[in-house]
Structures are given as C-alpha cells and as structure tokens.
Design a protein around this ligand. Structure first.
Ligand SMILES: Nc1ncnc2c1ncn2[C@@H]1O[C@H](COP(=O)(O)OP(=O)(O)O)[C@@H](O)[C@H]1O
Ligand SMILES: Nc1ccn([C@H]2C[C@H](O)[C@@H](COP(=O)(O)OP(=O)(O)O)O2)c(=O)n1
Length: 293
C-alpha cells in the first residue's frame, strides 16, 4: 500500500513496447514512486542501445496527488460506517466496510450450519470470499454480527479477509482520491501507514440506543410499545457489550486505537458534528485533497 508521498510524478510514454526498456532505465534514475501511462498495446524486444531513444519518447512529466488512505475504527454502532460513507462522498474516496467481510463469512457459517470452531472450513470460506457475497441482504442482522465477531477470532480467517481488504486498498481506483476503510483493526493492522486514523467511541448505552432507533426505523419495533422497547434495549445492550468484550480481548488484532489515531468520543456528538470534526482532521493531514461537496 502506498501511503507516504503527497505527490507522484506521472510519466507518460508513447507505446507499450517501450515500457520494458523504459522501466529498466527508470531504475537508474527513479528515487520516488511513479505512475506510468502507456498508450498502444504492442510488445517488442529492444537493445540497450536504444534506451536513449526510449528516454526521448517521454511525453510529459507531471504530478498528481498520491491516493489518500483513511482508517476508521471503533466498537459496534459508534458511527464508523456513517462517518466513512460521508467522508467518502466529501472527498471522493473508495469505501470498504471491512465488517461486512466478517459478516459475510458469519452469514455463510449460519446458513451452512458450520460450527464457529471449525477453523478449516471457515478459513476456506474466507479465502473464497467474492464481492457478490457482500451484497447479501441478511448481513445486517444482530445474529450475523455475533457470528462475525465469533469467527473473527480465528487468525486464518483474518489473514484471508485482510488479503481481500489489501487488494481493495492497493487497487488504483480511477477518478477517486484514495480509499477509506472502516472496521476494528484498520489503523493498527491493515493500514498502519494510513494518512489519517480515526478511532470512534461512544458509551455502550448510547450505542445500544442508536441500534434500537435503527430497528424502529426499519419497522421492526413500534416506537410507542414501551415494554417491547425496554426489553429490546436490554437485549441489544447485552449483545453489544458481549461483542465489545470479545473484539477487544481476542489475541489476534484486537480492537484498540492505534497510538497515532485521533480518538473522537461521539457519545454527545451528532453525526454531523462528528463528520465536521473528522473533516477538519483529514484536511489538516491531507491538504492536497479536493472537496467534492
Ligand atoms: N453521532 C451520532 N449520533 C447519533 N446517531 C448516530 C451517530 N453516528 C451514527 N449514528 C447512527 O447510529 C447507528 C449506527 O451507526 P453506524 O454508522 O452504522 O455505526 P457502526 O458502523 O460503527 O456500526 C446508525 O443508525 C446511525 O445513523
Ligand atoms: N476489521 C474488522 C471488522 C469487523 N470485525 C468483526 C468484529 C465485529 O464484531 C464484527 C462485525 O463488524 P461490523 O463492523 O460489521 O459491526 P458493527 O457495524 O460495528 O456493529 O466483525 C473484525 O474483527 N475486524
């Protein structure tokens, strides 16, 4: 993953067949990351003698902004997804919700009745994860969240899903200014060199209330039914605390803030206030980013 230089030289050369020799000669001169734009498709062998000619075929040397990497971590329902989506829109970043990867495997395990301690099968499933698995509508349920948390303690599962996330981060996404990932270990394990690391927190009670409100909005709970609401609140709070405990105490990549993360306690902040503060931090760390809206 590239997450260091602010500016990358963009070198445009004429034809694909010039690329091989050009890349060799570039090794002699290049001291920084570069991006190559090649027109034409033909491949040819060329001698060293013509290296100078290739150098002459350089069209232009210009600079573009390097892709920005932003990491957002935190416990369940602290507002990671809301913030990451909003920053992705504002700065035109590609967003990956890494929790969805764990949910997709948890969902499959539930569907196929695979026990959560069957490491071999779960690792196999994880290594075959495809982007189609992430659009399954059942991924957002609480049962799937618990399953995701349980399978996430398996190091082999984490390795396979990290490979998926790294592939996403290292892919050049044309027309975007970078990537933003949210999850539990983005700033500590997945993108330790991220330009900006945000760690969100909020009290368990406030987070449970936010989840409860989601159920009301989805029509799964009637606002006026106080007894049902109270019972559901207690269940959601208990699930959430149990998940926090598992996610923070596992031996591989536990949930924690990276040392250089900016921690935002969102307990008494509205979603808009969180975005405004995060935007300020991002602009300070990545002044080259252009705002889209
Ligand atoms: N600062 C906030 N104040 C109030 N509600 C919020 C805030 N941030 C997010 N929410 C709401 O809380 C719920 C959980 O947020 P979400 O972004 O899904 O959390 P996470 O991705 O951390 O699980 C959503 O319904 C969202 O609209
Ligand atoms: N990077 C990640 C993301 C999620 N997980 C695990 C741990 C979490 O409890 C589950 C579900 O994560 P998800 O972010 O979807 O959950 P919330 O939206 O925060 O409730 O997956 C993880 O271990 N590492």
């Amino acid at each position: 993953m590239i997450a260091s230089n602010k500016l990358l030289p963009v070198i445009t050369i004429d034809k694909w067949h010039q690329f091989n020799m050009f890349a060799l000669s570039l090794k002699l001169f290049a001291t920084c990351p570069y991006s190559l734009q090649i027109s034409g498709r033909r491949k040819h062998r060329h001698s060293w003698a013509s290296t100078a000619a290739y150098a002459c075929s350089i069209h232009s040397v210009d600079t573009i902004s390097a892709p920005a990497f932003i990491a957002v971590d935190g416990p369940a329902a602290c507002g990671k997804g809301t913030l990451a989506k909003s920053l992705a829109l504002k700065f035109n970043l590609k967003h990956l919700d890494t929790g969805l990867l764990y949910r997709a495997i948890g969902y499959k395990a539930l569907q196929l009745s695979i026990p959560f301690d069957n490491k071999e099968w779960l690792v196999q499933l994880s290594s075959r994860l495809s982007s189609l698995d992430l659009s399954e509508p059942g991924l957002r349920s609480d049962d799937v969240a618990t399953a995701a948390s349980k399978i996430s303690i398996i190091p082999g599962v984490r390795e396979a899903l990290n490979a998926y996330s790294r592939q996403f981060s290292s892919t050049m996404h044309p027309n975007s200014q970078g990537t933003i990932l949210d999850g539990r270990d983005v700033g500590t394990v997945l993108c330790p060199d991220a330009h900006v690391k945000l760690f969100l927190t909020a009290s368990a009670e406030v987070r449970a209330r936010r989840r409860l409100q989601e159920l009301v909005l989805k029509g799964m709970l009637k606002e006026g039914d106080v007894d049902a609401r109270d019972a559901m609140y207690e269940r959601v709070l208990e699930d959430l605390k149990e998940r926090d405990q598992r996610d923070t105490s596992r031996s591989t990549a536990p949930l924690r803030a990276a040392e250089d993360a900016h921690t935002l306690d969102t307990t008494h902040m509205s979603a808009v206030e969180v975005v405004t503060e995060a935007e300020r931090i991002v602009m300070k760390a990545c002044p080259w980013l252009k705002k889209e809206q």
